[in-house]
Ligand binder design. Sequence first.
Ligand SMILES: Cc1cc2nc3c(=O)[nH]c(=O)nc-3n(C[C@H](O)[C@H](O)[C@H](O)COP(=O)(O)OP(=O)(O)OC[C@H]3O[C@@H](n4cnc5c(N)ncnc54)[C@H](O)[C@@H]3O)c2cc1C
Length: 479
Amino acid sequence: MAECCETSKTSRNDESHLVIIGGGSAAFAAATRADELGGRVTLINDGLPIGGTCVNVGCVPSKTLIRAAEFHHHAKLGRFAGIESDSRVTDFHAVIEQKRQLVEQLRQAKYVDVVAEEPSIRIIQGRARFVSPQTVAVNGEEITASRFLIATGAAPFVPPIPGLEDAGYLTNETAFELDELPRSLIVLGGRYIALECAQMFARFGSKVTVLQRSDRILPTETPDLTDALTSYLEEDEIEVVTGVATRSVRRGNGDVVVEAAVDGVTRQFRASHILVATGRRPNTAGLGLEEIDAQLDEAGFVRVDKTLRTSAPGVFAAGDVVGDQMFVYTAAYEGVLAAQNALHDASNARDYTALPWVVFTDPQVAGVGLDEQQASKRGLEREVAVLPMSHVPRCLAARDTRGFLKLIREPISDRLLGARILAPEGSELLMELCLAIKHGITVKELALSFHAYLTLGEAVKLAAITFGKDVSKLSCCAT
Ligand SMILES: Cc1cc2nc3c(=O)[nH]c(=O)nc-3n(C[C@H](O)[C@H](O)[C@H](O)COP(=O)(O)OP(=O)(O)OC[C@H]3O[C@@H](n4cnc5c(N)ncnc54)[C@H](O)[C@@H]3O)c2cc1C
């Protein structure tokens, strides 16, 4: 990305005009970068409020509610002798109201205020549509430019299940706005949004059933991890049903009734509410992409090359609408990269080596690089070390030893190929491992580095040592 960053600001003329369609993380990152580079920006947003998915209906509301539910859950657990507490959810409306305030605060501070003082960034509220390769129409106005960025994001994908529309359902756009806690909840889906929501509602007190089509939750992860996570969710009294083919949904006596084939056997599931979390679909409808000949992939996401150029000259795309890595930090990264490439006619390529990701269940699931199956598929020699968290002093002291840390290394070079973590607050271990992969730090070097006693980070050192030694036989401080 460095190629274009030191250039001085060009004059803010038509040549440096970037029209951005969308108003989420990719769009804002692109707008502020374009402004820094001396560009002039028109940003057009509609649908979700300014800030898009993450701050309004995604990361922020989900993570603050997950944290509230965790706090309530752990308070009740009584892990420490001689201490009792009786946590109760006394006012669910107040929980939601506090979330609402945080969303508003962050939307203002991280989006609205960021561009408020920038005369070179014009924001239009309205639905944009390409009417020709160099013109976008919005609110009856036609805006002509030679550079465009499509950053329209994605929305919940709702499968065409007979009866679902009539029965009514929740998605991430409505579930965090409920004023009353659902008595019971069916969650359709078994990937990260589904599981985070399922556990959050279960911990607040809803009776939750997860219906997952594949034979495992998080089906792209290895069975050791998904089996263990399933058992932890079951400890929270969540019913996890896999191998589910949903046939129909209807209302019966006020409840939602789902009829499904589970491993070939017909079953019925009932709950007061149903949440659909079966994936995301790109926001491309009505965008006029046919006017500019922008190609889409099989799933309808906008096809881009490594420099985020679409097949239409001068038109870039970034963030969820590209459908590759659908995280807020990758959306922002792509927004910056696209703005630089657009305004400087540069060809800086996306680089997702050592990309960290997290599922905010408790214990959390986190990963970077390859797992052992992916390494094998690529024909790489690999060796695996698994450290149960019961060997980590921090976890023993916290009386929470759920999960494990798994490292995958290439034996010849001793370089880390990847890591998978299932642990309370496990995402906090990710960055050391990301940097090790990115900068070629060997497993031996990780094992020899100081890690403060008793930190969660010691897990990395202990897992690295596990390649050569039985850590259960080590003395204090893994020596
Ligand atoms: C429940 C949930 C939890 C999540 N949690 C995390 C997390 O913890 N960490 C993480 O990294 N990521 C998380 N994500 C993913 C993250 O929110 C997205 O990857 C990110 O917000 C995508 O940003 P974007 O700019 O590409 O799109 P968006 O933020 O969706 O912005 C697109 C904007 O464009 C608007 N728009 C669409 N069409 C038009 C049009 N024709 N004209 C004008 N405007 C239009 C949309 O309404 C929207 O406002 C989560 C997502 C969900 C759903």
